[in-house]
Design a protein around this ligand. Structure first.
Ligand SMILES: [Zn+2]
Length: 773
């Protein structure tokens, strides 16, 4: 594939060359016998070589191996993959300088094998009128593999609540409030909710506040399949979620090992009693497929649910409580027939309904039987290191999790396939003596992410100081391909420029006349006051292992993937997410046939990695933080200004602090530009790079959000207030709004403002010349 034509930049001219010539460059060993130079800078030829060698077919073969069997955290197959990664990273021809594992003893949650979780409709005399599937239908033989974990809500407590069913939409606080205001007595009911809106665990937390006894969660075909729900419209006939597919997931509210917050989960560490640990759902909860949800939901009585609560199950959604007197339950899967048929496709779609049960369904209830168990298990991280030639004590970390819910072809193996291909190409150059990075590169395969980012969080707890002192940036590639339309990047402002530089020099898959950047800007863009129209970078929440790096350690982080054309699908996420249908065949046929999007992500992430590890000056543009600060400040002035004035609270010091930041960032940028024209003194380079690296740390305040776990970044902590400004200020104002002057809530607003001013002043001080205080 020829390289896309690009304008400008140091690699511009070289990028016009074809792949043949690129490989030609590689044939001439370069710098093999030269001593590491303090001026060692990014080598465009090495970059081209790496881009040319990242191979789509090898990524495909990696994925086939990684997703061959289910590999939930701590399972034998998960441990086998630990060995696979070690073997690759210790390979004499394509491995890294060193590789090893570290184990933590962490609290996981699994369904009981002896007592499977089940959900039944129970008649007045205790007879079972309907029972939900206990496992997904075996459509492609992958679903009957012995280690397929039955659908469950990890960390939901055991229990067997039974009650009348209500429909509670997405299970948000407003949804339950609506039901309450409708006069529905929620006490001891079972609430059926759909995925989306709020987090998994929040559905049970909100429900319990209203006395709900148990929660069911399903995926509505309107939210995941663009309305399609028939077997012949879904996988294996399309990428749609089959009717029996169930999204598994962690219902734990925080991240990290639940028993050792802020401490690494070593065997000797202090542990909370699991009965006292917080963040677990308060009531039994179980996910089900939309095929079963349809039977429950379409038989509900009561008022019709609001328009925006309706979905695509093909019936009117009512609120309940309880079922209609003429309700009808397809009885093909009553207690005696719960096992998944081994012949696969025959059940249950076309079976006739049995004669109406003798007892009236109106008084029938739903029983939710959950038998999940909490267990301490060993989970491993695998780390592989390429030692830096000039600055071995500066780390660029590139990571992804290894554990999946079932086969996990997309989540997370699409990311690990890319990770392994990047490490193979770099490892080969390393072993041939062709290249060694300026800074150290650390590759990481995290354990137990699906349960709550556990492996990565424990790692940041164990090496807190070392990582904070020495890590330049963290690159995360979890799901590398959601779909094959466009790049999607999330990150803090300093990483924007390096992602842009990489994306401008790589051809977009399937559209080789366009760069990834030019393709990206057509899908996600924004108008920047500094640059004009640019692709828009998303912000980092806590969806993957970057969370402890950015929120807890304050390390500039990013997450990269290829994703959807939003004009073609409104799916919440790729349809087989966390189900037994997320398989190699699914990716190979429907997500990325040919693996060109995987290759595009490998090239983008590989280029970003090389730029961060090899550039003389770190390619972190700290002045890009100014745009964020100004937009937050403007939102505060416009939406909170009057309110704050009434309380005699001034935004003046914040305005001054933002100005100081602007000045310091601009001056630093000019200083670096000037130095880049000459041959700068190595110590001067190092001092400036430390300023760039440490900027993100200055936004941390570990006392800012005492109610949050790990969140201490004053710009990116979770925002619950409606004003899109600094999260601490937004949240404090929304709490104070209806309180009187002099209340504790208004004092908190003032405290949050002072925290911000101090952080921004500190940030500016870090960017100013080091000799000035
Ligand atoms: Zn993942």
């Amino acid at each position: 594939m020829p390289w896309v034509k690009v304008l400008g930049g140091v690699v511009g001219a070289a990028a016009l060359l074809g792949l043949g010539i690129i490989l030609g460059h590689f044939a001439i060993p370069k710098g093999a016998n030269q001593p590491a130079s303090q001026e060692l800078d990014l080598d465009p030829e090495i970059l081209e070589t790496v881009m040319g060698q990242l191979d789509a077919n090898r990524i495909r073969e990696n994925l086939r191996e990684l997703s061959k069997e289910p590999h939930v955290a701590s399972s034998p197959r998960d441990e086998a993959l630990v060995q696979l990664l070690l073997q690759r990273w210790q390979d004499p021809d394509s491995g890294l300088d060193s590789a090893g594992t570290s184990e933590y003893e962490v609290l996981l949650s699994f369904p009981s094998q002896e007592q499977p979780n089940h959900v039944d409709v129970v008649g007045p005399s205790g007879d079972i009128l309907f029972t939900c599937r206990r496992s997904e239908e075996n459509l492609t033989k992958d679903q009957e593999a012995p280690d397929v974990l039955s659908p469950y809500a990890a960390y939901a407590p055991p229990g067997t609540p039974q009650g009348l069913l209500v429909y509670a939409n997405q299970g948000s606080e407003e949804d339950f409030l609506y039901l309450y205001n409708e006069g529905i007595n929620l006490q001891d009911t079972i609430a059926l909710t759909r995925y989306g809106g709020v987090g998994r665990g929040a559905k049970a937390v909100n429900a319990a506040k209203y006395g709900v006894a148990g929660v069911l969660v399903y995926t509505d075909p309107g939210d995941i399949n663009d309305g399609k729900s028939l077997p012949n419209e879904t996988y294996p006939h399309s990428w749609g979620l089959p009717p029996s597919g169930v999204e598994r997931g962690s219902y734990f509210e925080y991240f990290g090992d639940p028993l050792t917050p802020y401490l690494p989960a070593n065997p000797s560490s202090f542990r909370l009693d699991s009965a006292n640990a917080s963040g677990f759902p308060p009531i039994p909860t179980q996910p089900i497929g939309f095929e079963d949800a349809k039977v429950l939901l379409c038989n509900l009585q009561g008022n019709s649910a609001p328009e925006d609560w309706q979905g695509a199950l093909g019936c009117e959604y009512n609120l309940g409580p309880g079922f209609r007197p003429d309700g009808n339950f397809s009885a093909d899967r009553t207690a005696s027939a719960v096992a998944v048929p081994s012949d696969g496709n025959t059940l249950p779609h076309a079976l006739p309904l049995l004669p109406a049960p003798t007892s009236l369904p109106a008084t029938s209830q739903v029983n939710v039987s959950v038998h999940n168990r909490l267990v301490l298990r060993n989970s491993s991280n695998v780390l592989g290191i390429i030692r830096g030639a000039v600055e071995p004590d500066r780390y660029v970390i590139y990571g992804n999790h290894r554990d999946s819910w079932v086969h996990g072809a997309v989540d997370p193996s699409s990311g690990t396939s890319v990770l392994l291909e990047i490490s193979r190409v770099l490892g080969t150059l390393l072993k041939k003596g062709t290249w060694r990075p300026r800074r150290s590169i650390v590759f990481a395969s995290w354990g137990a992410e699906e349960f709550g980012l556990i492996g990565s969080t424990e790692f940041t707890e164990e090496f807190f100081s070392k990582l904070q002192e020495r890590t330049v940036a963290y690159i995360n590639v979890d799901i590398s391909v959601f779909a094959n339309a466009t790049l999607r990047a999330q990150g803090t402002p300093p990483v924007q420029s390096v992602i842009f530089s990489a994306a401008k020099q790589i051809p977009a898959p399937g559209r080789s006349s366009l760069s990834i950047y030019d393709n990206w800007i057509q899908y996600f863009n924004r108008s920047s006051p500094v640059y004009g129209l640019v692709p828009s970078l998303g912000t980092l929440g806590a969806g993957s292992d970057y969370a402890p790096f950015i929120h807890f350690l304050g390390i500039s982080s990013m997450d990269l993937a290829y994703t959807y054309d939003r004009s073609k699908t409104s799916a919440r996420i790729y349809p087989t997410y966390h189900t037994a249908f997320d398989t190699f065949d699914y990716v190979d046929k429907f997500v990325d046939p040919g693996f060109s999007s995987h290759q595009a992500v490998a090239r983008t992430a590989g280029s970003v990695l090389l730029r961060l590890s090899d550039s003389l000056f770190l390619p972190l543009n700290v002045s890009d933080y100014s745009e964020t600060l100004h937009s937050f400040l403007q939102a505060a002035q416009q939406n909170l200004g009057t309110l704050l004035e009434q309380q005699s609270i001034s935004l003046g010091p914040l305005v001054t602090a933002v100005e100081k930041f602007d000045e310091a960032a601009t001056a630093l940028g000019q200083h670096i530009s000037a130095l880049q024209k000459g041959t700068p003194d190595p110590l001067q380079v190092r001092m400036l790079n430390d300023q760039l690296m440490l900027l993100e740390r200055t936004f941390l305040n570990s006392r800012a959000f005492p109610d949050e776990r790990y969140y201490s970044h004053v710009l990116w902590a979770p925002r619950t207030g409606s004003v899109a400004t600094f999260p601490g200020l937004s949240n404090a104002c929304s709490r104070a709004m209806n309180t009187t002057s002099g209340s504790a809530a208004w004092a908190e607003v003032q405290r949050q403002l002072s925290i911000l001013v101090a952080a921004l002043e500190g940030a500016a001080a870090t960017l100013r010349p080091v000799a000035e205080l």
